[in-house]
Ligand binder design. Structure first.
Ligand code: NCD
Length: 359
């Protein structure tokens, strides 16, 4: 069993993901720190999806809410979001409230001692002394991983949940996306063999990077990455999916792939990463938008997803189509994040027992 304490940061950061995942796991195999999507195998995904469904059913009654809030009433979470966010922030805040956790928040590093020249690592380490869980969104790619490594080695290990790290990973969005897919396809044979068409800024969007990795846990998925050439998916993603035996297609022709899709996953242009102003605006994205005409090309049983926020890549007229799943994704996210936090603190068996005894 590999442990974080066996490695200095340089050596740890160079480890293969499977070894890092082992270091970040709880004794029951579920993640202690949730940093990247590759930490989740099929068993973990099934447990979390089941737990999310149980929590949402339990939360329907007052007695159920009292039970849930008793689970982590004695714990406190810090929501450290130094990158703009309101939906993911509120989703985590609500998930904490469902389980009774009290929360503190940092939204703007410039009002803390980081302004006085303190390193971000030192700030987070200090804050961790007041809390039992840190949920973290940052512009820096590896900071959540580095903090997880550092805090695992401290006397009081505090779990970290990565709520979005740079352009790299967004594992909790991917979990809620898988949960949404599972709910949509559970009466139709599950996720096996689905064609998933990802559209938009695949070069800089972290949601697709994480989701495609999670979907590699299901057999026979065909991943179709549709983007303008300048925003094409990274070779690293393709290489790891292909190594896992998954079929990948790269295309710049959305209309061609819409009729084949079981799920279409739209994303916005991530121009906050532009190196020069207005660079993204020069890319022709007109063929990567969904309106009523494009919906007519999709199968009646397909679903349309988006991590939100959207701009103009899905027209508002599409919202009333029963295949539009993005508002449901938001709600699913709250339950999935509650399930993940419950798992982080080893509460899944108690939730399962309450569900079986009472519902
Ligand atoms: C996504 C993100 O932050 O990466 N948003 C989210 O968490 N729902 C997608 C985006 O910002 O485009």
């Amino acid at each position: 069993m590999k442990r974080t304490t066996d490695y200095g940061w340089e050596r740890f950061s160079a480890l293969p993901l499977a070894d890092k995942a082992e270091c970040f796991a709880r004794p029951d195999g579920m993640p202690f720190h949730t940093i990247f999507a590759q930490q989740f195998g099929r068993g973990a995904l099934d447990r979390l999806c089941d737990a999310a469904t149980q929590i949402r059913a339990i939360a329907k009654t007052r007695a159920g809410m009292e039970f849930l809030q008793g689970q982590l009433f004695h714990k406190r979470a810090m929501i450290y979001f130094t990158q703009p966010s309101s939906r993911t922030f509120l989703s985590f805040l609500s998930a904490c409230q469902i389980l009774g956790l009290r929360t503190g928040e940092v939204r703007d590093a410039s009002v803390s001692s980081e302004f006085k020249g303190e390193s971000r690592e030192d700030s987070i380490r200090t804050f961790s002394s007041y809390f039992d869980l840190i949920v973290m969104r940052t512009r820096e790619k590896g900071l959540a991983e580095k903090m997880a490594w550092a805090l695992s080695r401290s006397r009081r290990p505090v779990p970290i949940i990565n709520a979005g790290s740079g352009k790299d990973q967004h594992p909790t969005q991917a979990l809620l996306d898988v949960y949404t897919l599972r709910r949509s396809f559970e009466r139709r044979g599950g996720l096996r063999g689905l064609t998933v068409v990802y559209v938009g800024d695949l070069a800089r969007g972290r949601t697709v990077r994480s989701l495609s990795q999670l979907l590699a846990n299901y057999e026979g998925i065909r991943h179709v990455f549709v983007a303008p050439a300048q925003l094409a998916i990274g070779e690293d993603v393709l290489a790891s999916l292909r190594a896992a035996g998954q079929e990948c297609v790269v295309s710049d022709d959305m209309a061609k792939w819409l009729p084949e899709a079981d799920a279409v996953y739209m994303t916005r242009i991530q121009d906050e990463w532009d190196e020069s102003r207005g660079e993204s605006a020069r890319i022709d994205t007109s063929r990567f938008k969904i309106g009523l005409d494009q919906m007519r090309l999709m199968k009646p049983g397909a679903i349309l997803m988006h991590p939100l926020p959207r701009r103009d890549e899905i027209a508002p007229e599409v919202d009333s189509d029963p295949r539009a799943m993005y508002w449901r994704q938001v709600r699913n996210g709250m339950w999935m994040r509650a399930a993940l936090i419950a798992s982080t603190f080893d509460r899944l068996s108690r939730i399962d027992k309450y569900y079986r005894d009472n519902l």
